[in-house]
Write a protein that binds this ligand. Sequence first.
Ligand SMILES: *[C@@H]1O[C@H](CO)[C@@H](O)[C@H](O)[C@H]1NC(C)=O
Ligand SMILES: *[C@@H]1O[C@H](CO)[C@@H](O)[C@H](O)[C@H]1NC(C)=O
Ligand SMILES: *[C@@H]1O[C@H](CO)[C@@H](O)[C@H](O)[C@H]1NC(C)=O
Length: 462
Amino acid sequence: MHTLGLLLALALLSLALLLAVPPHRELSYGFQRNTTATAASISITPEDGLPYTRRNIHFDSHGTTCDAWLYTPLPPEKLAGADGSGGPAAQFPVVIMAHGLGAQKELGLHRFADGFAGAGLAVMVFDYRTFGGSDGEPRHWVSPTRHLDDWRAALRFVKSGGLGPEYDTHKVGLWGTSYAGGHVLVVASEQAPGSLAAVISMIPHLDGVEASKASVRQRGLAASLRLLGAGIHDRLRAAASDFLQRTAAWLQAQSASQGAMPDQAPAYDRNVSVVGRTGFQRLVPEVERWLRQALLALLPPVGSWPVLEPAYIKVVGLEGELALMQLSPNQLEAYFAKHPKEYEGGWRPVILSRFTLEASSYSPIKSVPRVTAPVLFISALRDQLCPAEKVRKAAELLQTSNSNSSGGSSITGELLELDCTHFDAYLGEHLVAATESMVRFLRRHMQPPADVSVPMSDGMSA
Ligand SMILES: *[C@@H]1O[C@H](CO)[C@@H](O)[C@H](O)[C@H]1NC(C)=O
Ligand SMILES: *[C@@H]1O[C@H](CO)[C@@H](O)[C@H](O)[C@H]1NC(C)=O
Ligand SMILES: *[C@@H]1O[C@H](CO)[C@@H](O)[C@H](O)[C@H]1NC(C)=O
């Protein structure tokens, strides 16, 4: 009996230590959302002189409101100078976009959306739950499961006409980069043939096992275990915090009910008294109530209980840092180069550490054979995070599975290989090359109304 008690005490003590002592000084705790408006929530109006407008819209994902930019091209008749009366109104095909791991819409997605909207496509760029302008706590929760649910919610919203009558619910495309380059493939694999017009998967994450192996090779076993330790630490804190909250709620309910009806005996006692209860039996509820009161009086008030903030890990860092992605100084610079001056929601390059426990089990390449929509893959030949060979393999996989199933169909996996690293694909000449080929691909598969009103010979051959 003594041994058992001792073991229990030791287990509780080590649990408390695990929760209280950060396993690594580079973890941070808590994330305060900043709801001050930033440039990300400013609309683009026709007065801005661009070929499109942009406004913020919202949709629901599992009870949480997600924030999105909606780009709408100026109507082609307006561009062509006609009055636009009579005839059916043009409907805009819609491209749905979202960002990669730990990122949100204002971190470089406008550049791509600008090109697509300029080509006559409507574009919806959304933030995952707990990121940017979207609601949800705790903030910055990266999880493939949750992100996929957000993608499905966004697609459902657009497909069900949530954007309004000017938007074509039959011509819908998906665009994802990096981690989201994998998400769009998984979501596309779940759709019926013909229901998606186009998919763009840019420098996509495809294989969780291989990414984890590469990470272990790069940082060594000890550092990799620390990464997992950070994940366990965060999960335990979340569980303990949940337990504390439930206990607090229960205690509050107890003291409230005690104040409301002080002498009411519980229902199960009533029949006992009919039979006739002994003095001892009569005493038990009294003792119980007395104990509860003493306990409530001893405990600090519920509002002053310690709060266990979730543990956050850095998304990027230099070699040797406890960060999800260890980058060279050049790559770190490229990572931040696409960033604005201020961040919606108070963004910082950190995410909940619990992600490290989920990372290795997510491999979107398994979904590729079931994708029936046309896909444009874009890879970076010197990409160390999402290797180009894997992307080539995915493009081949799509090609073979589709030609087998439909007897040589014309559904294609196209591949553009850029001669650069992962984060350089968002900058300069590589960004231009990628966007040009994306626009060509989307025009071909989604036929925006602008293409109808402007003859191809008018300088649009490129
Ligand atoms: C109390 O006894 C009555 C009659 O025997 C029975 O119908 C009722 O279900 C009992 N209530 C409880 C709480 O056991
Ligand atoms: C919230 O964001 C605004 C705009 O970026 C900034 O000026 C302000 O300092 C932020 N507040 C806090 C508490 O960080
Ligand atoms: C498609 O056909 C090729 C050649 O006939 C075969 O090697 C391959 O395994 C098939 N792939 C699928 C996914 O059925």
